[in-house]
Design a protein around this ligand. Structure first.
Ligand code: F6P
Ligand code: MG
Length: 441
């Protein structure tokens, strides 16, 4: 069997992985420290002196972590006993086993980037849980909420569009329905530009008129398998199967989450699906990723918004959750450093759950990195091959490119882009709908 390509890693000086570990991650830690500091009074009001002591402890743990990272220290085992601690420490052992004696220990810059970056967020979480009574504090909550508020205009435009669409949905012919499906898919794709880890946690909200810009942005879609998604779901609708579950593996909260919920609403309203299952994160992750708190918070904010159509969406979505047509799940696997080809072994219960899907939509860049193992694949390697056995159900990655990895391109396509735009892989300007699976489910 041909040897697998190596992992992206910060040891490649000048690479995007290198720059992320060198610049962006310390910046994220500094912002987390600053956030804790700014909440000092709140901690005091809620917990008295104990709260202030906890804030100091969390800050000192985070400063230590930042120092370990910046001085490229060996990666150390997690110490706090949690449901995932063992899996993390075993994975660290595995990383150690990959190195020869002369390589030394896995360290921040010498490890695979995916492992080091995930570990940074897990250690950040450890610092917080080791600091009771503020052990429930989400250092990224403020910036996620801010992203939502700053995107208000786009949220209003999108909700108005959706409500109008729902009002006339029964009158649409097949072609019109398909066009609307494609439009909402693309809005959900470009919503993925609003990730906060790329900007080091700084505001990255949606300010342009997204509903009307999708046509202009189409030329930036490098792999476009939207037709497959339509064919799969519309065929299934025609066969009137009782349950058609679409799973959305969520990425960022704020505006991107709203775009995903709008798409989810459309899938039910158009009867292309009968149930939507969302998967979020159990801990704060990659700055802006959605936790259950964020999921509920966004829906509640929308419900109480004084704009009629936004509020209508919020009320309807809360109801979908209540009656079980929208189901929210989380699982520790989503915040492990493992690639998805390891899911069957590491989290067989999750794999079995995903097998119930008729289609799985994986939102965002990090999901793509985990789907493809964060390896230096040639651009033309088929997506199916890069998934390395991960085929729980038909699936599609919906992602703007923010890491030096892309498979399934036409011969020459990647090279041509590199020649004209050296940073095309990492700016979020380009996007993909990349499908894998049989066209029946
Ligand atoms: O820190 C940058 C980065 O690691 C990207 O390269 C990455 O994959 C991204 O964060 C998170 O993006 P997304 O929110 O789309 O998964
Ligand atoms: Mg994210």
């Amino acid at each position: 069997m041909a040897e697998l390509p190596s992992f992206l890693s910060a040891k490649d000086v000048g690479s995007f992985a290198y720059l992320t570990i060198k610049d962006r991650t310390p910046q994220i830690l500094t912002r987390a420290i600053d956030t804790l500091h700014r909440h000092k009074n709140e901690f005091f009001e809620n917990h008295g002196e104990e709260g202030v002591e906890a804030e100091k402890k969390a800050i000192s743990l985070l400063s230590k972590l930042r120092n370990e990272l910046q001085t490229d220290k060996p990666i150390v085992p997690l110490v706090e006993d949690c449901a995932d601690t063992d899996l993390w420490n075993r994975h660290l052992e595995y990383q150690r086993s990959l190195l020869s004696e002369s390589d030394g220990q896995p360290s921040w810059f010498r490890s695979p980037w995916l492992f080091a970056e995930c570990y940074m967020y897990r250690r950040l979480h450890e610092a917080i849980i080791q600091s009771p009574p503020i052990n429930d504090f989400d250092v990224f909550k403020e910036s996620k909420d801010q992203n939502f508020f700053e995107s208000q205009e786009s949220v209003i435009a999108l909700c108005t569009h959706l409500q109008e669409l729902i009002r006339t949905i029964e009158d649409l012919d097949e072609n019109q329905l398909k066009n609307e499906f494609f439009k909402l898919l693309q809005i959900s794709l470009w919503g993925n530009k609003c990730d906060l880890s790329l900007s080091g946690g700084e505001s990255s909200s949606q300010k342009t008129d997204i509903v009307n810009s999708v046509d202009d942005l189409k030329r930036f879609i490098l792999v476009n398998d939207m037709e497959h998604l339509w064919s799969l779901l519309s065929k299934r609708k025609k066969t009137r199967k009782e349950v058609s579950r679409v799973y959305i593996i969520l990425d960022n909260s704020g505006f991107e989450l709203v775009t995903d919920l709008v798409l989810a609403d459309f899938l039910l309203s158009s009867k292309l699906a009968t149930e939507i299952h969302f998967h979020g994160k159990t801990i704060p992750w990659f700055v802006s990723d959605t936790t259950v708190r964020d999921f509920n918070w966004v829906i509640t904010q929308m419900k109480h918004c004084n704009h009629k159509w936004v509020s209508r969406c919020g009320v309807g979505w809360e109801n979908y959750v209540r009656v079980g047509r929208w189901v929210y799940h989380d699982h520790i696997f989503w915040t492990l450093p493992h690639e998805y080809s390891a899911m069957l072994q590491v989290a067989p219960d999750l794999y079995a759950e995903l097998q119930k899907a008729c289609l799985i939509l994986f939102k965002g860049d990090l999901n793509y990195r985990k789907l493809t193992g964060d390896r230096k694949w040639d651009f033309t390697v088929p997506f199916h091959q890069a998934l390395r056995g991960f085929h729980p159900a038909p699936l599609c990655s919906i992602r703007t490119l923010k890491a030096e990895i892309q498979v399934g391109l036409q011969p020459g396509q990647g090279e041509q882009l590199t020649a004209s735009e050296p940073n095309w892989l990492t700016t979020g300007k380009y996007g993909i709908f990349q499908f894998d699976g049989p066209l029946r489910c």
